[in-house]
Design a protein around this ligand. Structure first.
Ligand code: ADP
Ligand code: MG
Length: 474
């Protein structure tokens, strides 16, 4: 591209938009979905961009419309409009205009994720005001897959949604590493309360935004209004509370809002990336209040839960993922759900851009590019899953005491594979099967070995399963 083009206005404008967008999406999504976009022109407040194909356009519209809209409005102004051009095969661009409404935003909720909460401060009669909850309707319980990793937090959340402020779980503190579903779960509770109690005022706010609003209020001499606004809320969700660390004044005001709401029987939900006691820069009096209710953590989902989550996301997007790809991604991406989503999105984008089928080869390419910690090791968990599936028995049976012949066989075979393929100690393997001891594992391996020697059909069956287990490594 020439220097002249690079410097032209629409390039500069788009560059600014990109900087803004970068704040809201992860690197992977940014590289995949925003870098291929070319700015074409700026006509008044209409910015025209070129996207590689229709699929791209649809994906952007479905997943990033809010972020795009926000970025161009910040950079160009509130009347900014975006036009997409898609190069057609015969080189005549196809014209598509910006969707009028974000598809994932319901009609009364169009200011979702807009930079500021609707400013209620200047409006008299605040009590009657309907506050925009800032909830994302896509983050529902229905879309939040249950697993051991989230059972406590999820069921506490459900209980709260039925009786906000009236359970012992007040506040509910959801904590856990990044990308494990804290924000999703918090929204799910909010959405459910809104559904069951439309008259209740629900408000979701990130601690960062809360802090900024507070600073604005300080600057504008509007602290009383700020307090009043927060005190009328029935369910207050404050996300990423760790952001309040070392912000003394914001903590003070939050303390006062917390007390007011709690005393009034209103529900509070907080999230944090660590347990309350590890929030070093937060005052003891606040920490002790966080502990009044329930602290529930979110863990990394198990393989089965990861598969269920991916399956559900793909169903939602109408993408048909071959089982081998589903297995491969859930097996190899184990850090968190957000990363899993990023990898899937890249796979889908690569397939669309290069007009390839989504298959195991493509998945392997993408995963090896994005995930550093690809493991060649086959876990006991994965072995259990594949073997249980093969014999069509529930996975838990492998860990139970059942002496039914076919269950025993499947259990012994899983132990055998675990010993062969997983690098885990006999003790570890025994433990993974409902706390059995190492001699049970040895016995299992011997039984299988002797069967393999004497039964050709069984031998073939076993090598079929082994193949499947190994194909999932990279
Ligand atoms: P956190 O706030 O803990 O960083 P998020 O709530 O933003 O994590 O979750 C990251 C992504 O993972 C979201 O797209 C969310 O929908 C998805 N996710 C996390 N846990 C689950 C789950 N149990 N079921 C379905 N999706 C999940
Ligand atoms: Mg979050």
């Amino acid at each position: 591209m020439t220097a002249h083009l690079m410097n032209s206005l629409h390039h500069q404008v788009w560059q600014k938009c990109l900087t803004k967008i970068q704040e809201s999406v992860n690197i992977q999504s940014f590289t995949t979905w925003f870098e291929p976009i070319r700015p074409l022109s700026l006509d008044g407040s209409v910015l025209t961009i070129q996207v590689p194909n229709k699929f791209f356009y649809e994906w952007l519209e479905e997943h990033y419309v809010v972020i795009l809209k926000e970025a161009i409005q910040v950079v160009i102004g509130s009347d900014a409009q975006l036009k997409y051009l898609i190069p057609k095969k015969n080189n005549i661009p196809q014209n598509l205009s910006f969707a009028k409404k974000a598809p994932n935003v319901d009609s009364n909720n169009t200011s979702l994720r807009s930079n500021k909460i609707q400013n209620p401060f200047v409006i008299p009669g605040i009590q009657k005001l309907k506050i925009d909850s800032q909830l994302n309707p896509n983050y529902s319980f229905e879309h939040f897959i249950e697993g051991d990793c989230n059972r406590l937090a999820r069921s506490a959340g459900m209980a709260i949604a039925k009786k906000p402020g009236k359970t012992a779980f007040n506040p509910l503190m959801i904590f856990g590493d990044v990308g494990l579903g804290k924000t999703h779960l918090a929204h799910a509770i909010g959405n459910e309360v809104q559904k069951l109690y439309p008259e209740k005022i629900v408000l979701y706010v990130s601690s960062e935004r809360f802090t900024n609003q507070f600073i604005d209020a300080l600057r504008n001499n509007a602290i009383t209004d700020f307090l009043k606004f927060y005190q009328i809320v029935d369910l207050l969700i404050v996300d990423d509370i760790q952001f309040l660390e070392n912000k003394q004044k914001t903590q003070d005001i939050f303390f006062s809002i917390f007390n007011h709401l709690h005393q009034g029987g209103k529900q509070l939900i907080l999230t944090s990336d660590r347990p309350p006691k590890e929030l070093a820069g937060i005052e003891a009096r606040l920490i002790s209040r966080f502990k009044w209710g329930l602290s529930a953590d979110l863990q990394v989902p198990s393989l089965e839960t990861r598969m269920a989550i991916i399956q559900q996301k793909m169903d939602m997007d109408g993408v048909d993922l071959p089982p081998s790809v589903l297995e491969f991604v859930s097996y190899n991406v184990r850090t968190n759900v957000r990363e899993m989503e990023g990898v899937l999105i890249s796979i889908i984008a690569q397939a669309a851009l290069n007009q390839r089928d989504i298959d195991l080869d493509l998945a392997k390419e993408v995963v090896s590019k994005f995930v550093d910690n690809i493991s060649n090791e086959i876990t006991v968990e994965f072995i259990q899953k594949i073997v249980a599936e093969h014999f069509d028995i529930p996975l838990e049976k492998l860990k139970e005491k059942t002496r039914k012949r076919f269950v025993v066989r499947a259990r012994q075979l899983s132990m055998y594979f675990a010993k062969q393929l997983s690098n885990k100690s006999l003790k570890h393997i025994g433990n993974a099967f409902g706390g059995r001891d190492h001699s049970t594992v040895i016995h299992a391996c011997r039984s299988i070995e002797s069967l393999l020697e004497n039964d050709t059909r069984f031998k073939n069956e076993v090598s079929g399963i082994a193949k499947r287990l190994k194909s999932t490594g990279v």
